[in-house]
Design a protein around this ligand. Structure first.
Ligand code: COA
Length: 164
């Protein structure tokens, strides 16, 4: 069983994430999209909401599961008996950020390998913080966010802005 874990904050999920999920689901027998609880980043959306949105995004993929994890990713990797972690690379800068994490994860568990997929060029500039900024400004996020979750995301931010 070739099982990949794709970890991240997914706050919120966007088309760059979907690009990786779609491509990795073809390569792996099973893909676990693992949502980090209690990371360093101050989350905007609740963990439950990020999972709910991700499940909608992943609904079309039979071999993709959405899970949450806390603590060390390398421990979650072992618990899930995964083959490798998956991360996306948008640029050389991303590689500089990813390499230390890759080394640390292998230091924690020698078999905790990380595989990288290059982001498709049309998604190489998307980030969750950019999407959050557009939502705060009440601008259209449909170029960046999977269509199936756009209305719910916009509603959430409008509620937060006290408009509903
Ligand atoms: N794939 C992933 N992220 C993409 C992307 C893509 N194709 N395209 C764009 N991005 C963006 C994300 O939207 C996010 O944007 P943001 O910074 O504006 O929020 C950014 O790239 C990367 O975020 P994310 O993938 O969520 O990574 P992260 O740095 O927040 O978290 C973890 C990385 C979860 C893997 C890491 O924090 C972790 O393993 N934590 C557990 C603790 C641990 O084990 N630590 C030891 C390892 S060092």
């Amino acid at each position: 069983m070739f099982r990949l874990i794709y970890p991240g904050s997914f706050d919120p999920p966007h088309k760059g994430h979907l690009d990786l999920i779609a491509r990795a689901s073809v390569l792996a027998d099973e893909l676990i999209v693992a949502v980090l609880q209690n990371g360093d980043k101050a989350g905007q959306l609740s963990l439950e909401m990020r999972c709910k949105l991700l499940k909608q995004v992943c609904a079309g993929f039979d071999n993709v599961r959405v899970r949450t994890f806390r603590g060390a990713l390398a421990d979650f990797f072992s618990e899930e008996k995964a083959t490798a972690l998956l991360r996306g690379l948008r640029s050389a800068d991303d590689f500089g950020y990813e390499l230390p994490m890759t080394v640390v994860n292998r230091g924690l568990k020698a078999d905790c390998e990380t595989l990288f997929l290059a982001a498709s060029p049309e998604y190489s500039y998307i980030s969750s913080s950019l999407v959050r900024e557009l939502l705060r400004l009440q601008k259209d996020v449909s170029p960046y966010v999977p269509e199936c979750i756009v209305p719910e995301l916009e509603d959430l931010y409008q509620e937060q802005a006290g408009k509903k």
